[in-house]
Ligand binder design. Structure first.
Ligand SMILES: Nc1ncnc2c1ncn2[C@@H]1O[C@H](COP(=O)(O)OP(=O)(O)OP(=O)(O)O)[C@@H](O)[C@H]1O
Ligand SMILES: [Mg+2]
Length: 368
């Protein structure tokens, strides 16, 4: 089912929660909504599910106007952010719930429901757990049951609101791959909400970055990281270093910076801000370099290099601990910086970047 959201707005009281959302999702696509807390992700999902109504805008699914349809007529599978299974029901009964509450005329017979639940238990890899109660399950097993419950009604659209939020990193990674398999096998159109960049990039065909009720950028992992559409996206993607530079004929220059690796940019001459991710910057020992190393910390795989400038604490950069360059660094060494990659924005145009919006075509193959 293709989903088209057009110019959608929503406020709660005086808070503008969605400020003109335009989003097209292809049938069978898995899209991740990524954004900070309060950016409107859950609200958008609830509107698609029919649990909330927008103030303006359109929602079309496979050509039909879904704003005219009640939630129960939309065939949506929804796993909520703070999802609770029914504690007094077994795993089997939880999964069967959506089928057993159908109106009598549409309700499948008991044998059909049993067979469907068996199939799902098998598919979700929780076959031995059918007679257990939710409290007798691990967090990861509960999330599988929650998904089973969403899938039982054979949804054409699957909406997942941070389904793995409460789980530890290793379990999340397992469930992520498993979920991608579930999505591919069922052919549903899936929207997945997460705070976690790595999760979004690993799982989704395309990632939608939201900030303050707007879509800031839509793209694949590399596009969003290498070509953030706005300072907001650059910061959200981990560019914690912001340095003033000067642009001349598309080339950036700044004191102590070797910017020869950065491509020429079609930006006006004048002041600009260079946004850098700590892992994209190599410190180059230089006599009278602009920065001084004030601390070195190993995290096992990375060496964190804290820099100060004229005695004022600056920022830190990361490099692989075993990289040859890392050996030459000691506290007190003076360095300049040679970024491998970085994003540039004209200082004047900060809030009105023209590049915002969809930077990609849908990609069907999932590259792991
Ligand atoms: N029913 C409601 N009444 C009033 N305000 C609401 C309501 N639901 C959400 N909001 C507000 O709308 C904004 C967006 O909320 P939403 O839940 O969509 O954000 P989110 O991106 O899902 O955040 P999180 O990552 O924390 O889940 C927030 O400021 C929130 O306080
Ligand atoms: Mg939310």
């Amino acid at each position: 089912m293709s989903i088209i959201v057009q110019n959608m707005t929503k406020r709660f009281g005086r808070t503008e929660v969605l400020r003109g959302i335009d989003l097209t999702i292809e049938s069978g696509e898995l899209v991740a909504l990524l954004g900070p807390s309060g950016s409107g992700k859950t609200t958008l999902l609830k509107i698609i599910a029919g649990l909330e109504w927008p103030d303006a805008g359109r929602l079309q699914v496979e050509g039909a106007d879904w704003l005219q349809l009640a939630a129960q007529d939309r065939r949506i599978g929804f796993v909520f952010q703070h999802y609770a299974l029914f504690p007094h029901m077994t795993v089997r009964d939880n999964i069967a719930f959506g089928l057993t509450v159908r109106p009598r005329a549409e309700r499948p017979g008991k044998a059909v429901i049993d067979a469907k639940v068996d199939e799902l238990l098998e598919f979700l890899q929780i076959a031995p757990l059918g007679e257990r109660y939710p409290l007798q399950l691990s967090g990861g097993q509960r999330q599988r049951v929650a998904l089973g419950r969403a899938l039982a009604i054979q949804p054409t659209v699957l909406l997942l609101d941070e389904p793995f939020g409460a789980l530890d990193a290793a379990v999340r990674r397992d469930l992520r791959q498993w979920l991608r398999g579930v999505h591919d096998a069922t052919g549903s159109t899936t929207i997945f909400v997460t705070h976690d960049q790595e999760e979004a990039f690993e799982l989704a065909d395309r990632v939608v970055v939201m900030g303050e009720g707007r879509i800031e950028q839509i793209g694949h992992a590399d596009q969003i990281v290498d070509h953030p559409a706005s300072p907001f996206v650059a910061r959200f993607m981990g560019a914690t270093i912001e340095l003033p530079v000067t642009l001349t004929a598309g080339r950036a220059e700044g004191e102590g910076l070797d910017l020869s690796h950065l491509p020429r940019r079609a930006l006006p001459d004048g002041p600009a801000t260079l946004f850098l991710r700590p892992a994209d910057v190599t410190p180059v020992p230089t006599a009278n370099g602009r920065w001084r190393i004030c601390r070195l910390t190993s995290t096992g795989s990375l060496l964190r290099v804290d820099l100060d400038e004229g005695g004022t604490p600056g920022f830190s950069v990361d490099l692989p601990r075993r990289a040859p360059q890392a050996r030459a660094l000691t506290v007190g060494t003076r360095v300049n910086l040679a970024p491998e990659a970085g994003a540039l924005f004209s200082t004047v145009a900060e809030r009105s970047s023209p590049a915002r919006g969809d930077t990609t075509q849908p990609l069907k193959e999932h590259s792991a």
